[in-house]
Design a protein around this ligand. Structure first.
Ligand SMILES: C[S@@+](CC[C@H](N)C(=O)[O-])C[C@H]1O[C@@H](n2cnc3c(N)ncnc32)[C@H](O)[C@@H]1O
Length: 253
């Protein structure tokens, strides 16, 4: 089943970039991609751009945020710019990037390649966006990881759908190699995110109206009850492994 996060309400989507998540992932993305001061970086499928702004600020770098959703990009434009570095915005698709070939030193593709119907053109555009010797960092999940995480493991039909659309990291590496990238490293990271029942419930109730509207009422109720019981049993220390793989690849010189 094809799904784009761009179908989600913008502020609901932006809430996923918690301070904790940005503080955890951005240094890892910078380290893996070896983003340095002055680099030109394109973040393909940036969402509302919280990672990109933090990358600009921390390195500092000149970053271009690209997303298929005009609403997400408008939200990003309306957000205060970082103190350091620079940010520009473009509405466009990963498959036909609205940027000039060979104009970036680094490309980030974080949790995006499972969304286009055909991800190969997106891998090709990531390749073409880079200068020779440029580097891409791809963050992706693995099908087997989905069912281990909240809320998926409490809602079997949700887990089945998302497991089905998540490509194995080996397949993602195959797309990158197929266009000419040299894959240099794969790193599996466990975020062990802290969960808060109120946030999880609020998120679910919005998503039950959208991408998970097919979940039967009984499964929703049972899953919500199980989630409350789990939160209560782990009061104060409810965490989730939230695994992800980071694939780093270079464009040959
Ligand atoms: C799961 S979110 C990831 C957002 C962010 N990169 C992150 O790591 O949290 C996927 C993002 O990719 C965008 N997206 C989906 N398909 C796209 C496409 N074909 N071209 C550009 N952006 C796309 C969605 O709108 C959404 O913002």
């Amino acid at each position: 089943m094809a799904f784009s996060s761009a179908q989600l309400p913008t502020e609901h989507f932006d809430a996923r970039f918690s301070t904790e998540s940005v503080a955890f992932w951005v240094p890892i993305l910078i380290e893996c991609a070896k983003i340095a001061a002055g680099h030109r970086v394109v973040d393909i499928g940036c969402g509302t751009g919280e990672f990109t702004r933090a990358i600009a600020d921390m390195t500092p770098a000149t970053v271009t945020e690209v997303n298929i959703s005009a609403w997400f990009i408008q939200f990003a434009r309306d957000t205060p710019v970082p103190e350091c570095g620079a940010v520009t915005w473009k509405v466009g698709s990963a498959e036909v990037l609205p940027v000039t070939d060979g104009s970036f030193d680094r490309t980030a593709v974080s949790l995006v390649l499972h969304q286009p119907r055909n991800p190969r053109p997106a891998a090709a555009e990531a390749f073409h966006s880079l200068v020779s010797d440029g580097r891409v960092v791809v963050r992706t999940g693995a099908p087997g990881d989905v069912a281990a995480c909240v809320p998926y493991r409490l809602f079997p039909s949700m887990s089945a759908v998302d497991t089905d659309r998540m490509p194995p990291p080996e397949e993602v590496e195959g797309w990158l190699k197929g266009i000419g990238f040299v894959v240099t490293r794969r790193r599996r990271v466990l975020r062990k995110g802290k969960l808060q029942l109120a946030n999880e419930e609020r998120t679910l109730r919005v998503e039950f109206q959208g991408r998970y509207s097919f979940i039967p009422e009984q499964e929703r109720e049972e899953g919500l009850q199980a989630m409350c019981a789990e939160a209560e049993a782990n009061a104060g220390g409810w965490t989730d492994p939230r695994p992800a793989s980071l694939i780093i690849a270079s464009k040959p010189a």
